[in-house]
Design a protein around this ligand. Structure first.
Ligand code: TXA
Ligand code: MG
Length: 354
């Protein structure tokens, strides 16, 4: 079978029942041969390579332009593989895996030494996750490999939530992309350090601190780390500049009516300065009629819909000529916590509290 290509990158259609099996077999073969394949997960698309093959993993860092000390998540087909790759696995980790896998939770555990330092950033720990997407699971089973996979974007760009986003960043730099349609969650997994049985969230995501606390019956703090801090962050990814859109993004947070009034005021003010305004809003907002570009993130108070739409909206802003973006804040509850984490990173210092 010959597959369509873009700049030499194969596009393997995994949604079409007529081609899915063949597409997954082709992708698995490329991984076993040391190649790079992007694949859908329920969170975002990952850029996969055999986690135990140093040369293949080095290729991920090259393709993305990723700093070498930022470790990769190792994706596995089932919790049975934990003991192949990790040691001193606490009971709490097994309980979390039984409850949340397959799903958007990454567990940081003590490495057993089998996963090479190029994959783990030489940290002595290993981050494991069983993804929930059927295409990802089929690929993991068919390849028989632990698959190292960061998000399949160029370093510094938003994570990809469609095969189109992957190709926009990586066509010509990777062997293939498995197209499994848009991702459900739209934000990256929760990264949880669970060594010694003490949960610490290193990155908020689809599984919330409340979900984890409720299951373990203990507190689950979110690690705070700020640039300029004297200690290195627990998760190296925290110290790298995160994605920010080309136009400065102002994030307005506070009580609903006041946020609404402030957004209307900001649109007016930027128009007076002759600037084109982009808005990131839930539907039905009165400012939507006024701006040059409006990206609707779903219904009001629906962080799930907003999470699924966010990265595509940010990528669309980068393709147009707005001078400034104004975004509506969400309540930091449930998935709203991860959503606001990403919005705050996109805003940097431009957070307006009303
Ligand atoms: O949802 C996701 O997690 C997606 C999909 C593809 O699974 N992957 C993803 O990978 O977002 P990436 O590389 O973009 O983010 C992984 C994060 C980074 O912040 C990295 O520093 C952290 O996980 N990480 C990986 N291994 C770690 C370890 N051993 N200790 C602490 N942090 C680790
Ligand atoms: Mg990433």
């Amino acid at each position: 079978m010959t597959w369509p290509t873009e700049a030499g990158t194969m596009i393997l259609p995994a949604l079409d029942p007529g081609t899915a099996d063949k597409a997954i077999k082709t992708a698995a073969k490329i991984l076993r041969q040391g190649g790079l394949v992007a694949f859908p997960t329920e969170t975002v698309y990952g850029l996969g390579a055999d986690a135990l093959n140093e040369k293949a993993v080095a290729g991920i860092f090259r393709a993305k332009g990723r700093p070498a000390d930022n470790p990769l998540i190792v994706h596995i087909a089932s919790a049975e593989m934990i003991d192949d790759l990790a040691v001193n696995v606490p009971e709490e980790a097994r309980l979390l895996a039984r409850h949340f896998w397959p799903g958007p939770l990454t567990l940081v555990l003590e490495s057993g030494g089998k996963v090479p330092p190029v994959t783990t950033g030489g940290l002595g720990s290993v981050a494991l996750r069983v993804p929930r997407h059927p295409v990802a699971l089929a690929l993991l089973r068919e390849s028989g490999l632990p698959v190292a996979a960061p998000s399949a974007n160029l370093s510094g760009r938003p994570s990809p939530t469609t095969a189109r986003h992957v190709l926009d960043d990586l066509a010509g730099r990777i062997d293939a992309v498995l197209d499994g349609g848009p991702c459900d969650v739209g934000l990256e997994s929760t990264v949880l350090d669970i060594r010694g049985g003490n949960p610490v969230i290193l990155r908020p995501g689809g599984v919330t601190p409340a979900d984890i606390s409720a299951l373990l019956g203990k507190d689950c703090p979110v690690a705070a780390w700020h640039p300029g801090s004297s200690e290195p962050p627990l998760s190296p990814g925290q110290k790298y500049v995160h994605y920010a859109p080309r136009a400065p993004l102002f994030l307005v947070v506070g009580e609903k009516e006041r946020v609404c009034a402030k957004i209307l005021e900001l649109v007016k003010r930027h128009h007076q300065q002759g600037e084109k305004v982009g808005l990131l809003l839930s539907s039905g907002h009165p400012a939507a009629a006024l701006a040059e570009q409006v990206e609707i993130l779903g219904k009001e108070g629906d962080p799930e819909a907003a999470a699924a739409a966010l990265y595509d909206a940010l990528r669309r802003f980068d393709r147009t000529s707005v001078d400034v973006i104004v975004a509506e804040g969400y309540e930091e509850k449930g998935l709203g916590l991860a959503l606001m984490d990403r919005l705050r990173k996109a805003a940097g210092p431009r957070i307006i509290k009303v």
